[in-house]
Design a protein around this ligand. Structure first.
Ligand code: ZN
Length: 116
């Protein structure tokens, strides 16, 4: 399962970071674009499996989905294509292969447990 190896990787990164800072993680925040090829719900269930037996057990994965934005070479503008399978400018229908945003799979923040 594709998502499980990604989830395990996220857990690994977060664990490493938590160890370095000497904190316990309660949530991992992730930015996810549709072009990453990762399904949000599948990733969240994979995360729940991946944290089992690690120091992140019981923590949450919070996924923020970001929309696809492409750059249209004809309008010279950033546009949101109608479909992310077919990257065309919605205004002039010119193919816009330059992706500005939408392929993210990136940890943005860790929420840590309070010491008290
Ligand atoms: Zn255009």
């Amino acid at each position: 399962m594709h998502e499980l190896s990604i989830a395990m990787n996220i857990v690994e990164i977060a664990e490493e970071e938590a160890k370095q800072r000497g904190v316990e993680v309660s949530a991992v925040y992730l930015k996810l674009g549709p072009l990453s090829g990762v399904v949000k719900d599948a990733l969240i269930s994979a995360y729940e499996m991946a944290v089992c037996g690690t120091s992140l057990e019981g923590s949450r994965l919070v996924v923020e989905e970001v929309p696809v934005v492409v750059f249209c070479p004809r309008c010279r503008e950033k546009r949101s294509p109608r479909s992310f399978q077919w990257l065309c400018c919605p205004e002039c229908d010119t193919p816009a292969p330059e992706v500005v945003q939408g392929a993210e799979l990136q940890i943005t923040a860790l929420e840590v447990k309070d010491e008290t």
